[in-house]
Design a protein around this ligand. Structure first.
Ligand SMILES: C[S@@+](CC[C@H](N)C(=O)[O-])C[C@H]1O[C@@H](n2cnc3c(N)ncnc32)[C@H](O)[C@@H]1O
Length: 234
């Protein structure tokens, strides 16, 4: 049990047990919220440097895929340091949620520096969103879904809070279709969780378990090993 923190086993036993059978086929790595939260609390001060410019092309492309109108309600799940905030049109109402207090503090500092007023920040677990059904036009998870313990539960919550006809968008690294690369990703995944993500999340299996049918899947960033997955809620 390398990554499951012993002291939290009892508190999270039910969650892990439920996620286990389905989760094993998604990734070889198992994590819990407490572990992920600690990783991101530590990463907060260096996040923009390490995951900023290298992953930014994908963020820009995701914004280009969004069908945005004045007043559109957008939910960013895993808002982190608020690195996407300047990309959203100022006439949209954006809510950014994250469970890491340190990442949210960085986002607050950024918004103050840049005068961003249309993005509201809330501390919340992506697997248990505190919003009513159908609350948003666009629900967007940039670089989040391979981070969370139960990606399928997070996708279910994203779908629930998205209005019918709205967009559900994932920007993420998923397991390669190249068998050699896929094997390497499976091997390193128990280690990459220490720097914030599972390297081997299986996209087709994730989409199937989450019952999502994407309208497009595009390869983004350089090298093109990240995917921009756009779905529309039926
Ligand atoms: C890789 S960062 C992505 C940040 C930003 N969206 C970006 O484009 O770079 C992942 C973020 O998701 C947050 N996170 C991880 N698991 C979460 C959960 N279960 N609920 C809410 N936030 C979570 C982390 O704290 C971290 O800030």
């Amino acid at each position: 049990m390398p990554l499951i923190q012993q002291q939290n086993v009892h508190r999270h036993k039910k969650v892990i047990a439920a996620a286990d059978a389905a989760g094993r086929s998604l990734s070889v790595a198992a994590v819990e919220n407490d572990f992920v939260e600690r990783v991101y609390d530590k990463l907060a001060s260096v996040y923009d440097l390490t995951f900023g410019p290298t992953l930014h092309a994908g963020r820009v492309q995701a914004l280009q895929r969004m069908v945005v109108a004045p007043g559109s309600r957008i939910l960013e799940v895993g808002v982190g340091t608020g690195i996407n905030a300047t990309l959203y049109p100022r006439d949209c109402e954006v809510v950014g949620i994250d469970f890491s207090a340190s990442m949210l503090e960085k986002a607050r500092e950024r918004f103050e520096r840049k005068g961003i007023t249309n993005v509201r920040l809330l501390q919340m677990d992506a697997a248990d969103l505190k919003f009513a059904d159908n609350s948003f036009d666009i629900v967007y998870a940039p670089y989040l879904i391979s981070v969370v313990p139960d990606p399928v539960q997070v996708a279910a919550e994203m779908r629930r809070v998205c209005r019918p006809g709205g967009q559900i968008i994932f920007l993420n690294h998923f397991r390669s279709r190249n068998p050699l690369m896929a094997r390497a990703e499976r091997l390193i995944s128990p280690f990459t969780v220490h720097i914030g993500f599972k390297a081997d999340l299986d996209l087709p299996e994730f989409l199937s378990q989450a019952d999502l049918r994407p309208v497009s899947i595009e390869k983004v960033n350089i090298p093109k090993i990240w995917s921009l997955v756009t779905c529309v809620k039926q």
